[in-house]
Design a protein around this ligand. Sequence first.
Ligand SMILES: [Zn+2]
Length: 206
Amino acid sequence: MVLDLQFILYGLIIIATLVPLYIYREKVFKRFYKTGNIKTFLRDVDAYLTLHHPKIPFDFSIASKFENEKDIRIKETLIVEGLIKQFSNYEYELKTQRGIDKDRIWSGYEGNSKLLKDNKLPIDWAQRKEAAWMRDNNKCNRCGTKTKLLDTHVLLAKQMRNGGGFNLENIVVLCSDCSRIVKSANIERTSRDLHILDNLMRKVTN
Ligand SMILES: [Zn+2]
């Protein structure tokens, strides 16, 4: 009987301590999580993606999935992760491109367009890369971002083993992120190490 009373007493003490904690939990936890206005972040990210990756149709409705997330930093990070997933999983196929005007073709072009025996790049490879980059207005064929010639990656639409050559129609211009995604054997892993991820994470509240 005495034990029972003690048990009830301890029980009451525990409840008495927990009730205020329950009532003030919002105040207590507010010290740990950050709040803020998600709209500004979404507007900023949307403007950035429209300007830099205009060819990828990003779907911002994913933001509603994280509506109940209280910490703005976590909420924004989850949204960024969702958008990166969309960027990486965007379906894209390497296709033959436009050629360039005949009067802009240099001597030796035709001969060097053919596949060399030991899979070596042709002697005028840098010139071909630049011509393809200029043909595409310095933009990535997959996402539409502007690239500097130095950062530009090029892939062959039709692989050499399938008879593809170095003619300009077969050269596709890509940014480094898209090139890595197209060549990736593990898109999820590649996604964790993209420039676009760094650029979006810089917009997350800290
Ligand atoms: Zn790209």
